[in-house]
Design a protein around this ligand. Structure first.
Ligand code: ZN
Length: 414
């Protein structure tokens, strides 16, 4: 799995204070979606790992303290559907650090994301960005990428084709045979992909969906699984959803927006443990705000959740220009998901899906990837979009300008 490699670190002869040591004071901890928000306490972090949540009396004064009085601390959020395409990511290799940092802050850190799944981008630019974050030159989330994705034979999505000169269409491979599909997935894994993305239904024009051949999708999914990679499908319509489920994918990267006939398939997906990344706000933001189009998509998500389906939070930011997560959170809430359900989709579910037992809750022994919400109250869906600070691997990687922070200094704690 492609991850940012751990920072190299001297082993001190005697224990010194490391940058990955930190104490959050006055934190109201929402340790997991089923727990209540705690009374104010300290979260003690050493070597990038949460050691205790409670008192900080025994921690040396030399260790950095971040006062988060009254704010609510959760596990670091995941965005399970992003793209690092377009500007400024095209200049990830040579672009200036301040430009890229501003984009990383606005797209990910100020939204609370400590982990993101890049569901298809140019691997060369993504790799450069991952490298610059891993060296500490840039502050950003952990990025797991799907490389450039796999499309059906002669089935490049029209919105990708529009942005890409014809000679570059080969960047997004469309294997014609099962063997070719295996080779494509293998090559992407070698190039650093940590998940696989299949366009099992590809919008080749705004109104026509081309499905991937089932045998091709099956071979690609099986090769990915053999390599320990999770498989996402872009389903689009009934046929694309059907191919995805028959091929054995692990998650749908969208609720199918052509909802006609997908109800029973989504129930089948829920029963099979196939996850769904809703991306509801993307449909409103990039297609139309017409309720006649949006209501059935929300209804499809509601049916999936009612059938016991498990949801991964994801917005499709990068394809969609709106970086605010509030629209997605409120649309998911309108589909019947409670604030606890939303937190689950942002933390516990993706951590489990991506087989990361060190992430997802705020408990001793867990990696110190944390999101600090600006709220002082039990969080509403909109509060989950309002982030005061972000900690990754025990380091403060984002802090909202406190001069503009609403409620800063309110609700004094210990
Ligand atoms: Zn997408």
């Amino acid at each position: 799995m492609a991850r940012v490699p751990p920072r190299r670190r001297r082993t001190p002869a005697r224990r010194e204070t490391l940058p990955e040591d930190l104490v959050l004071t006055g934190a109201r901890v929402w340790s997991d979606p089923d727990a209540a928000v705690s009374e104010p306490r300290s979260v003690v972090i050493r070597d990038g790992v949460i050691r205790t949540t409670g008192s900080s009396d025994s921690v040396p004064r030399s260790v950095r303290r971040l006062d988060v009085r009254g704010r609510v601390v959760t596990a670091g959020f995941w965005n399970c559907h992003v793209h690092l395409t377009g500007q400024p990511w095209l200049r990830s290799r040579t672009g200036s650090a301040p430009d890229l940092q501003a984009a990383l802050d606005d797209m990910f850190l100020r939204r609370g994301f400590t982990q993101v799944l890049d569901l298809a981008s140019n691997p060369l630019t993504t790799r450069a960005l991952v490298r610059r974050i891993s060296t500490g030159e840039l502050r950003g989330p952990e990025i797991v990428t799907a490389g450039n994705g796999v499309r059906p034979w002669r089935g490049i999505p029209f919105y990708v084709a529009a942005d890409l000169p014809r000679y570059l269409h080969a960047l997004m491979p469309g294997p014609a045979t099962p063997l070719a599909a295996r080779l494509v997935v293998a090559a992407q894994a070698v190039a650093g992909a940590g998940v696989t993305k299949l366009f099992t239904g590809s919008y080749v024009t705004p109104t026509r969906v081309k499905p991937m051949r089932l045998a091709v999708a099956r071979a690609a999914a099986s090769e990915a699984h053999r390599r320990g990679m999770r498989v996402f499908a872009h389903p689009s319509n009934r046929e694309g959803t059907s191919v995805a489920l028959r091929a054995g994918v692990d998650a749908l990267a969208h609720v199918p927006d052509e909802t006609d006939g997908t109800e029973s398939l989504l129930r089948e997906a829920a029963a099979a443990g196939v996850r769904v990344v809703p991306t509801l706000h993307m449909f409103a933001s990039t297609v139309t705000t017409d309720e006649a189009y949006l209501a059935p998509i929300r209804g499809a998500l509601r049916g999936f959740v009612d059938a016991g389906g498990r949801v991964l939070f994801g917005t499709d930011v990068g394809y969609m220009s709106d970086r605010d997560t509030r629209g997605e959170l409120e649309a998911m809430h309108a589909a019947g998901m409670s604030p606890s359900d939303l937190l689950r989709s942002l933390t516990v579910e993706p951590a489990e899906f991506m087989r990361r037992p060190d992430l997802g809750t705020v408990e001793p022994g867990m990696r110190a990837n944390l999101t600090v919400l600006a709220t002082t109250e039990p969080p509403t869906p909109a509060d989950l979009a309002h982030v005061a600070a972000v900690v990754r691997d025990g380091q403060v990687v984002y802090e909202r300008d406190t001069s503009s922070a609403a409620g800063a200094g309110a609700d004094p704690g210990p």
